[in-house]
Ligand binder design. Structure first.
Ligand code: GCB
Ligand code: CA
Length: 855
């Protein structure tokens, strides 16, 4: 008896190899990413490329990147054109639309830049083949049409050539492979698994077939084999369903992402020959969203802690290889996230697979953003995109929510406008249509939508979704930090039953800008930290908030964005190259309970300028109870962090210092070490350059020269500073400079700028820009920090050390609006002071920066 069982086990272990012997009957899949030729419609030259590829690397340098058609072409030889086989071409993404021909014959089109599509190319394939694909990223009937990211054109994911038998799973179902696995019921004792498979018979005769599902547990042990016989007529596709119970399921969660594997095979029951095979993974988990209690996973309250993820990375744009997607999920996990919003569009299969495997719950969405246009075909395309997303990623246990609209009233005409009723109606109509489709496609996941800072969404019926996402930027684009708490409290009081999640919140930061008095829109590293340190404790401490996704995991490309880093939205917790910003360690300290976190948060501010008697803030992000700071071997003392951070105010010697933070977690010593440099205040007598970022509380360090422009201050005797005037700023882009932020802050209506300095010959350099006639900003900016109009076309005289250097002057002379104006004057200082006097003739005189050097 025993021997018999053993023998059986051995035989079943051999079965896969027996399967291999019939390899010619199985599914063959290979990428054909290599050896393509490419040209834009605007050029004649074909250029060799590999996919993934985007034709919008111009988005890194140009606001108006190329929008239009481009052509891809590839030739390949199939030495043996398979007989009795089907061939498919699968493209994982071509943005935004693609028309395909094979050997001169049209094989089909696809609309939608973020999902896969497959064509049966059997009728057209021959020995020598040429595929031609026309891609177009300018189509207005395909979403997205307006959004805060670049609409990268190109074939930017994999291209596959797939060969199957004439009987196969239905590869033509919206880019999926025709196998759909769901877990309609799960609890600790038992789970139900339902597998729906679609089988196509492309032969000319009816076929009797067998579908076999082998379910392996997370340890790789075969748990169940489910079999089903069916007969499929020639040319037909049939759907079969199989439901089964799994006792004592090993549950999937971000903390232990246990995956079951389901191997589905199609066989000829007479010959035993395997015809097709596909492997999927599933996980058993259950969840709920509640208006009072927030989210719960597998029966326990569970705060969703996450980030939004855009997919681009310089210098390749969105043409990332799979390993880069997996790397991102690893970094996100490492930070302590258990959740991700795959925003604003479906992303690579590799990313979603990594969520399953490494353990991240996910919200995925299609990119219907800012406004629903009145464009024929748009709604249909939206619905198709939604269906594709759901079918393609249906089997992933990580996904718990599908989304379909983001801030959809942002650029819609307001209720006071005549266009409003029609716009409102079509928006609500589309939402209702998509909500219905979503639930038909997938009754087991939540529907979500992201609202922005207006209650209109509730009032007009866009609250039809299961979960309301709020994109809230109080203390950034609008109002004060506390307005965030008030917003949520008010929402909860009005709609206590409605599940909510903070789907976006974020502040921008630029490594070149630092401030001891950070404020919204100064783009300092420090303000972003202040912002998140305010929001996160409220989110964590408020039960009814299901969780959050910070905006954004990375600094990402937006060709149209201006601000301190044109072409970049710099709200990332990581730089675009995936280097962590210090602020990411705040999240890690808040969210990782399983490991000690101790990080000196000054990697983004490693060089300071100041006096050695002055106090310099050194912030530590940590989840330890107590931290000691040691500078150059000497203890500065111990501090007890609150809200996962503490700031030591320390004096530093000039030059480099070694900073060591240390503490212990349950007897385990933890430390972090970094080197920080303090540069002395510039000494004019020594030939140093005294550079001042006029009109700003931020020090600015140029990427190019490394020179630090000091924060501005009022003049006092023996020192330097402004006399009178008002500080102003703009987010308008400044051209012809890499030091934009210097010019984006200025002082206007100042009487003078004075520097007390020993007599001698000096070089005095003035920086300014007339930032009026700004280019239209993105809708997202909501107008904070745009003072440019105030100085429009101002004219003034400038006198330095008694000598008139400019008369009836404007930095915009010659039409140079928004351009960096920088001019040096050689000056004789005879009275131990350099005074720059302004005399306004028209508008308001202004100054954005000043630099002095003794010759
Ligand atoms: C939003 C949008 C997102 C933007 C973000 C921002 O609300 O949903 O696409 O990138 O704000 O940074 O302005
Ligand atoms: Ca300035």
């Amino acid at each position: 008896m025993k021997i018999m069982t053993r023998l059986k086990t051995k035989l079943s272990a051999l079965l896969p190899f027996i399967g291999l012997l019939c390899a010619q009957a199985q599914r063959d899949m290979k990428t054909i990413n290599d050896g393509w030729f490419f040209r834009k419609a605007s050029t004649e030259n074909w250029q060799p490329v590999n996919v993934p590829h985007t034709y919008n690397l111009d988005a890194y340098s140009q606001r108006n990147y190329y929008m239009g058609k481009a052509f891809y072409r590839k030739s390949f030889v199939l030495p043996d054109v398979p007989q009795g086989k089907r061939c498919f071409l699968k493209i994982d993404a071509a943005s935004k639309a693609a028309d395909l021909t094979l050997n001169g014959q049209k094989i089909g089109s696809h609309a939608g830049g973020y999902s896969a599509f497959t064509f049966d190319i059997t009728p057209y394939i021959q020995k020598n083949n040429t595929i031609e694909i026309t891609v177009d990223n300018s189509r207005k009937d395909i979403t997205p049409i307006s959004a805060d990211f670049t609409f990268w054109g190109g074939i930017y994911r994999d291209v596959w050539l797939i060969t199957t038998s004439e009987q196969h799973f239905n590869l033509l179902n919206h880019g999926s492979d025709g196998i759909f696995i769901s877990t309609p019921h799960v609890d600790e004792k038992e789970a139900t698994i339902e597998i729906r498979s679609e089988i196509t018979n492309d032969a000319t005769e009816k076929a009797t077939l067998e579908v076999i599902h082998q379910i392996y547990d997370p340890q790789g042990k075969l748990q169940q084999t489910l079999k089903q016989l069916l007969s499929v007529k020639a040319g037909e596709t049939q759907t079969v369903r199989k439901t089964s119970a799994i006792g004592q399921p090993q549950l999937w969660s971000p903390e232990s992402p246990r995956l079951y594997e389901i191997v589905t095979t199609l066989r000829n029951p007479k010959t035993g020959m395997e015809l097709d095979r596909s492997t999927h993974k599933t996980g058993f988990r259950w969840f709920s969203f509640d208006g009072e209690k927030g989210f719960s996973l597998n029966g326990k309250p569970y705060k969703l802690r996450g980030v939004n993820r855009h997919q681009d990375q310089a210098p390749v744009g969105v043409a990332l290889d799979d390993e880069a997607h997996r790397r991102d999920i690893r970094l996100i996990k490492e930070m302590g996230c258990n959740f991700i919003r795959i925003a604003h569009y479906p992303q690579d299969d590799a990313l979603v697979e990594a969520c399953d495997e490494m353990g991240l719950l996910a919200w995925e969405e299609i990119p219907i953003i800012n406004i629903v246009p009145d464009t024929p075909g748009y709604d249909d395309n939206c619905e198709t995109n939604l269906t594709e997303m759901i079918r393609q990623h249906y089997n992933h246990p990580s996904i718990i929510a599908w989304g379909y609209m983001n801030e959809i009233l942002l650029t819609a005409p307001g209720p006071d406008r005549p266009e409003w009723p029609a716009c409102r109606e079509r928006t609500v109509k589309l939402a209702q249509r998509l909500e219905k489709t979503l639930k038909q496609e997938d009754p087991y996941r939540a529907s979500v939508m992201a609202f922005n800072m207006t209650n209109l969404y509730n009032e007009i019926g866009l609250d039809l979704v299961d979960v309301s996402g709020w994109n809230l930027y109080h203390g950034w684009y609008v109002g004060q930090l506390n307005d965030f708490n008030r917003w949520m409290e008010d929402q909860h009081a009005r709609y206590p039953k409605r599940p909510t999640i903070i789907s976006e919140w974020g502040a921008g930061s630029d490594r070149r800008l630092h401030s001891k008095h950070p404020k919204a829109f100064d783009f300092s590293i420090e303000y972003q930290q202040t912002y998140v340190e305010h929001y996160l404790p409220f989110i964590e401490g408020t039960e009814y908030i299901s969780g959050c996704t910070y905006w954004n995991f990375i600094d990402f490309n937006v060709a149209a964005r201006q601000e301190s880093m044109p072409r970049v939205n710099n709200k990332g917790l990581f730089y675009n190259d995936r280097t962590p910003k210090d602020v990411s360690y705040y999240f890690k300290a808040m969210w990782r309970k399983d490991t000690p976190v101790l990080h000196i948060a000054s990697r983004d501010w490693p060089v300071r300028t100041g006096d050695k008697n002055e106090k310099h803030p050194v912030k530590i992000y940590t989840n330890l109870d107590e931290v000691e700071l040691i500078i150059n071997g000497k203890s500065i003392g111990k501090q007890r962090p609150a809200n996962c951070h503490t700031v030591f105010n320390v004096t530093l010697p000039y030059g480099t210092s070694t900073l060591k933070a240390q503490g212990d977690k349950n007897g385990q010593m933890v430390e972090d070490v970094m080197v920080l440099r303090l540069d002395a205040m510039p000494d004019l007598a020594k030939g140093d350059e005294l550079a001042i970022n006029v009109g700003s509380d931020c020090a600015f360090t140029s990427d190019v020269s490394g020179l630090t422009w000091l924060p501005d201050q009022p003049y006092s005797k023996g020192s330097w500073g402004y006399i009178e005037g008002k500080a102003r700023s703009t987010t308008s882009e400044i051209e012809n400079t890499t030091d934009g932020p210097l010019y984006q802050t200025w002082r206007e209506n100042l009487r003078a700028y004075q520097i007390d300095a020993p007599s001698g010959t000096y070089e005095v350099e003035l920086l300014m820009a007339d930032v009026s006639r700004s280019r239209p900003q993105l809708a997202n900016l909501l107008g904070r920090g745009d003072d440019g109009q105030a100085i429009a076309d101002s004219r003034f005289n400038i006198t330095i050390c008694g000598r008139r250097v400019e008369t009836d002057f404007s930095p915009a002379d010659g039409g140079h609006y928004r351009q960096a104006f920088r001019r040096r004057y050689i000056i004789q200082n005879k009275e131990n002071k350099i005074d720059v006097l302004f005399e306004t003739l028209k508008g308001k005189c202004h100054l954005a920066g000043i630099k002095i050097r003794k010759l």
